[in-house]
Design a protein around this ligand. Structure first.
Ligand SMILES: [Ca+2]
Ligand SMILES: [Ca+2]
Length: 83
């Protein structure tokens, strides 16, 4: 569901590609960023869960087009700072 402002952000990658970010850090697709996204990303990194393809832009916080432990670490820091 889109948020009321409908704002999106565009992230430009080092390799020249770009991605649409609907909610920075949103891993589970509810357009909000919170602890549930840390859990969703951890589960995905353990192979327990699939992520919606459009979520990878949201959670590629260390922008290298890969989702890994670095993105999880930044997501945790991002959520703790914004609480
Ligand atoms: Ca979320
Ligand atoms: Ca990354």
């Amino acid at each position: 569901m889109a948020d009321s402002t409908g704002e999106v952000y565009i992230r430009f990658n080092q390799d020249g590609t770009f991605g649409i970010i609907s909610a920075l850090g949103d891993a589970d697709g509810d357009n909000e960023t919170g602890v549930s996204d840390i859990i969703a990303l951890q589960r995905w990194l353990h192979g327990d869960k699939t992520l919606a393809s459009n979520m990878t832009n949201n959670i590629d916080l260390y922008p290298d087009n890969k989702i890994n432990i670095y993105d999880l670490a930044l997501l945790k820091r991002f959520i703790i700072k914004n609480r």
